[in-house]
Design a protein around this ligand. Structure first.
Ligand code: ADP
Ligand code: MG
Length: 572
């Protein structure tokens, strides 16, 4: 019994701490929700991430491939254009002798043919190895010039052919120089130098068919623009950011320009020159299609996440609520069980005591009766009246003791309950009769608030009296001198009648209110037994009623009893 009790006690305290802390359920709910959300949203998130990444990559390569091809083609056009011009100059240099070329009229004639066959030539000049301009055909007066101090002269001596950077000529128009050195078998060598305007460069770039926002231009190795750029400046301006590593194969890189725009840049060197061709596409226009796709995807993703989250939350909440509810029910059941266990052990104890006392009481009763009989048989018995009174007193006391043991047995359910139809108002008045003297003495006001046509109910007179007595006793003990006790009865509904006993006494702390129905729980030290309320509770329950307590420390207590209008003894 003891171990069972302590077992349920442990369980009870465990449950009590759980039920007393709604935080635990909150925590549990939060844990489950976040775990489930994580488990469902994480794959979705990674799927979306991979999708995004893949899409980005495909889009990038879809952009990069055409850009690369575009630059490749334009590079080829530039190379072809320059190679043709270089070959033409080279052909003239080797097809004629130095003497033939030295004559201005000859050179003029050759130049005319050349201009007819090839666009872009501006002038043509013959220079000897000492750097002297021997003859010249063209719009400028360059005769008798010496070029030994100029860089291009040394380069062409060294390399055989040379294409210069773009420069603004006398006509303030961008030009390039093509120079070719020719050496005969006899070892004589000369240099033929032609100037080209770069209009054709612009034509090649225009032929690339760039979209608005895109850009393409030629650069030299120093980063100086050789053609005009839509965005980064005019001819001979400096490109405002460094060209990424470039080689002769056209390749694409993603980077940020000086204005921090994200761009794709394709670039390639032009063979036999110092030029690099670059084409640029800004990234946002590149990805505009992806942005619209992404908005749809984002919407689906976000609403999916919301739906999942809501579902998870609703489900978890329902689950947790069920859990909390069943925990509370279990707690209540355990509480009830524990209480009835205590009550029944008290009941057994009381029954045992009552039973033990009943035997000596019977003997006392019998012996006292016998004494009276003996006395009656002897007419000469001295002080007969005196003795008779004493014996009567003994018999009355025995009777009272019997009443008490009878009630104790009743508490232990061993006694038959005698059900009568009773008017609770009058039982209450009757019980009050026992206490009225003390109340008067202590100047305690008793207020009656009794419903006049209170329906009579079937119940046990002795037991209901004990219930009232116990509660009134406590109320009287709780109020100070001059306090107030209010008795109320009312017809609750078709099933119950109600009696409440209210006092404006010391009231109870929460702790006391929780324990007041426990057997032997008392706050009155030696003066209290702690049995009143546990017995009362047992009786009310057995009669099929309800006992409720409302109490506030230092303000007062209201005990409410609800009793059934129909006897439930059969069920109980
Ligand atoms: P006892 O009266 O012998 O102490 P009870 O079982 O009748 O035992 O009551 C248990 C405890 O409940 C009391 O000790 C008291 O602390 C508290 N109690 C009961 N009724 C009242 C009341 N009306 N006002 C204040 N406290 C009360
Ligand atoms: Mg009491």
């Amino acid at each position: 019994m003891k171990s069972v009790l302590s077992g349920t006690m442990d369980l009870k305290t465990d449950l009590a701490t759980e039920i007393n802390s709604p935080r635990r359920y909150q925590l549990l709910r939060r844990k489950i929700v976040s775990l489930m959300a994580l488990v469902t949203i994480l794959p979705l998130l990674s799927l979306a991430g991979i999708n995004y990444y893949e899409h980005q990559n495909t889009m990038a390569s879809e952009i990069q491939a055409p850009l690369r091809a575009l630059v490749g083609k334009a590079k080829h056009s530039f190379e072809l254009f320059l190679a043709e011009r270089t070959s033409a100059v080279s052909f003239i240099a080797s097809a004629y002798t130095f003497d033939e070329l030295s004559s201005d009229t000859n050179l003029q004639r050759i130049f005319q043919v050349m201009r007819r066959e090839f666009t872009g030539f501006v002038d043509l000049g013959l220079i000897d190895t000492a750097g002297n301009q021997i003859s010249y055909a063209g719009p400028y007066d360059l005769k008798d010039r010496n070029y030994t101090s100029q860089d291009w002269f040394h380069q062409v001596q060294f390399k055989g052919t040379y294409v210069s950077d773009v420069f603004l000529g006398f006509r303030k128009f961008p030009h390039v120089v093509i120079a070719v050195r020719h050496t005969t078998e006899s070892g004589q060598s000369w240099i033929l130098r032609a100037t080209l305007d770069t209009m054709h460069f612009d034509r090649i770039i225009a032929a690339m068919g760039l979209e608005p926002g895109s850009d393409a231009f030629l650069l030299n190795r120093g980063g100086i623009l050789q053609t005009e750029s839509r965005r980064y400046g005019k001819v001979l301006g400096m490109l405002p950011f460094a060209l990424p590593p470039t080689n002769f194969e056209s390749n694409v890189q993603a980077l940020r320009d000086d204005q921090n725009r994200e761009i794709f840049l394709a670039s390639a060197f032009i063979a036999n020159t110092d030029f690099a061709l670059a084409a640029i596409k800004p990234r946002p226009t590149v990805f505009s299609t992806w942005y619209t796709v992404r908005a749809d995807l984002l919407f689906i993703f976000v609403s999916g996440v919301i739906v999942i989250f809501l579902a998870v939350y609703r489900l978890t909440s329902a689950l947790i609520n069920r859990l909390q509810h069943s925990d509370e029910q279990r707690m209540g059941a355990i509480h009830q069980m524990e209480h009835s266990q205590k009550l029944s052990s008290i009941g057994r104890l009381a029954a045992g005591v009552a039973h033990e006392i009943n035997n000596p009481l019977a003997i006392i009763n019998e012996k006292a009766g016998l004494m009276r009989d003996i006395m009656d048989l002897r007419p000469e018995f001295p002080d007969k009246d005196k003795f008779s009174r004493q014996i009567d007193s003994i018999l009355r006391s025995v009777d009272r003791c019997r009443g008490i043991t009878h009630r104790m047995l009743g508490f232990a359910k061993r006694m038959d309950v005698k059900i009568e139809t009773l008017d609770l108002n009058s039982v209450l008045e009757e019980t009050l009769g026992f206490l009225e003297r003390e109340a008067q003495y202590r100047n305690v006001e008793i207020r009656r608030n009794l419903v006049p046509d209170m329906p009579s109910i079937p119940t046990d007179h002795g037991q209901i009296q004990q219930v009232f007595l116990n509660i009134l006793n406590n109320a009287l003990a709780a109020v100070p001198d001059g306090g107030r006790i209010t008795l109320t009865t009312w017809d609750v509904d078709e099933n119950f009648v109600g009696v409440s006993i209210e006092d404006n006494g010391c009231g109870m702390s929460e702790e006391t209110a929780k324990n007041m129905f426990e057997p032997f729980f008392t706050t009155k030290k030696e003066k209290g037994t702690g049995l009143g309320m546990s017995i009362t509770y047992g009786i009310v329950k057995r009669l099929g009623g309800e006992l409720k307590v409302q109490s506030k420390l230092n303000e007062g207590t209201t005990m409410t009893i609800l009793l059934p209008k129909k006897s439930t003894e059969g069920q109980a």
